[in-house]
Design a protein around this ligand. Structure first.
Ligand code: GSH
Length: 213
């Protein structure tokens, strides 16, 4: 089994975190020729990372890969046993993908398109508000008392809310949601969270150095 992509990508880190939470470490690789090569596009027509290859199976889309790994690997299930709990975890993941990710894209484009930043900040705040609305404030993890698919989705996205802060007030968006803010502090202090964040930070540093040089 191999997962193609780089650790800076929140979409690559998500299934990587899932594998780690299950007590494994899916092998990571760079695709020969890159993600726009014909060979890659034949396996993954979106031309995006991650791509998981497991035998004859070629899977695109981070959450689909995360769900596959959750089922295919031994280790603790990363969805709650009850239907309502599973629905809540899936809802948090969906809010992350449908609302946080487009807002983050607007923030990433802030230097070239500063006119889009106010909307992106508002949309990110709204997305965080949706998650805060559904979370139970005293849950230790994103949902419930153990690491789930929701933590795996949120941690690598929240990394960027810390990383982008300064020119844009992204940390304040989190601080304004106290339940999520304290979850984020716990997530960063956890072994899985600290490792993911350190790896994303190293990836960001390398990307900035490559751009500067
Ligand atoms: N919905 C996709 C998003 C994947 C995605 O946007 N990956 C980025 C890296 S962070 C990418 O490969 N971008 C390259 C491109 O769009 O050309 C998923 O969840 O896997």
């Amino acid at each position: 089994m191999i997962l193609y992509g780089g650790k800076l990508s929140p979409f690559v880190m998500r299934p990587l975190l899932v594998s780690r939470a299950k007590g494994a470490e899916v092998a990571l690789g760079d695709f020969d020729g890159g993600i726009k090569s014909d060979a890659y596009l034949a396996l993954c027509p979106t031309g995006k990372m991650p791509l998981l290859i497991d035998g004859d199976l070629a899977l695109a889309e981070s959450q689909v890969i995360a769900d596959y790994l959750d089922m295919a690997l031994p280790g603790p299930a990363l969805l709650p046993a009850d239907a309502a709990g599973t629905a809540m975890v899936r809802l948090i993941v969906r809010f992350a993908d449908v609302y946080m990710v487009p807002a983050l894209t607007g923030l990433f484009r802030g230097r070239e398109h500063p006119e889009g930043v106010p909307d992106a900040l508002k949309n990110m705040g709204d997305a965080l508000g949706y998650i805060e609305h559904y979370r139970r404030a005293d849950d230790v993890f994103a949902w419930g008392a153990s690491f789930t698919q929701a933590d795996a989705a949120l941690i690598p996205l929240f990394f960027f809310l810390d990383a982008l802060d300064g020119p844009m007030p992204t940390k304040a968006l989190v601080a304004a949601r106290p339940g999520l803010a304290s979850w984020w502090e716990r997530a960063k202090a956890s072994a899985l969270g600290a490792q993911a964040i350190a790896e994303q930070a190293a990836g960001l540093k390398a990307m900035m150095a490559a751009r500067a040089g």
